[in-house]
Design a protein around this ligand. Structure first.
Ligand SMILES: Nc1nc2c(ncn2[C@@H]2O[C@H](COP(=O)(O)OP(=O)(O)O)[C@@H](O)[C@H]2O)c(=O)[nH]1
Ligand SMILES: [Mg+2]
Length: 284
């Protein structure tokens, strides 16, 4: 996938499209990466979707630290935001998403029922930054049948509703949000998980960030994977990276070694991890 360059014009257009689509849905599924529930959020989202019911779906939870995921769900709830964690590859995901959507919208659906309106499926749109897992979740929810259930007035031309079940249908075009990375740590967290591929983030900087992070939060995984000794843990991050470079048989090519370390982490070779720690997030 080509890197998306976000220019103000792109952003404005994406927001406009999303705002149009909001008129035809009952609920917004905001996708965030469970490993970086804060860094993968676009801070504008709440302002854009306003009063529309809103469910935070933490994707890739199979890669995230389960304890942290639980805490994140609590944190979102404390902010008045219902949140769930999913693995989009798992079958159960469709049922989970449908059930929680029904419970969030229970009052609205009940009211419609009281008024004698016919039962109808919940209409939803997925939104999120590139690579957060929008297409994967959509495919899971529509079970690849990608059933088109016809045009509806107000839907941007060319868009279709995809049927998930008799209870849920989704717009086929997700809303794309841009990541915001004006502080270094957010940028590095996005780069380490593969959310952004941007030359502004040099591999060795990302690798050093990763080493520092894993030494602090998951030292055993780091030790196991690279057979580190106690002395290795006394080294500076830079010296540890140089040691790993030699260990990988890459002489002094620490950039290549950085790429290897980053790939190992993305693939989960160092276990499940959450980069945005709940203990570091201020309660709101
Ligand atoms: N492990 C895991 N990988 C996922 C999950 N959801 C998406 N992915 C992977 O994340 C990458 C980006 O997913 P994609 O759906 O294309 O993201 P999009 O750009 O938001 O549409 C792909 O390699 C997916 O296989 C998930 O729940 N678990
Ligand atoms: Mg996609």
């Amino acid at each position: 996938m080509a890197t998306i360059q976000w220019f103000p014009g792109h952003m404005a257009k994406a927001i406009r499209q999303l705002e149009e689509n909001l008129h035809v849905v009952d609920i917004v599924f905001e996708l965030v990466d469970a490993r970086i529930p804060q860094s993968s959020r676009n801070p504008e989202i709440e302002r854009i979707i306003k009063e529309k019911p809103h469910l935070v779906i933490m994707t890739k939870s199979d890669l995230a630290d389960p304890e942290q995921t639980k805490n994140w769900i609590k944190k979102f709830k404390a902010q008045g935001l219902p949140a769930i964690a999913v693995d989009s590859k798992a079958n159960i995901t469709t049922k989970t998403v449908t059930r929680i959507s029904q419970s969030i919208l229970a009052e609205k659906l009940d009211n419609e029922h009281q008024k004698g309106l016919k039962e109808r499926p919940i209409r939803a749109i997925t939104v999120g930054i590139p690579n957060v897992g929008k297409s994967t979740l959509l495919n899971r929810l529509v079970n690849k049948r990608a059933a088109q259930v016809g045009d509806r007035p107000g839907v941007t031309k060319g868009q279709q509703w995809l049927r998930s079940s008799s209870k849920l249908q989704l717009l086929d075009t997700p809303g794309i949000l841009w990541p915001k990375f004006d502080d270094e740590e957010t940028g590095q967290a996005l780069a380490l998980t593969g959310a952004i591929k941007d030359q502004r983030f040099a591999s060795d900087d990302v690798a050093l960030y990763a080493l520092k992070f894993f030494r602090q939060y998951y030292p055993e995984e780091l030790q196991k994977r690279y057979k580190l000794t106690e002395d290795d843990f006394e080294l500076s991050d830079v010296d540890l990276l140089l040691k790993l470079t030699k260990q990988f048989g890459m002489k002094d090519d620490y950039e290549r070694a950085s790429d290897r370390l980053i790939l190992d982490i993305r693939k989960g070779k160092l276990g499940r991890y959450t980069l945005n720690r709940t203990d570091g997030v201020a309660d709101e």
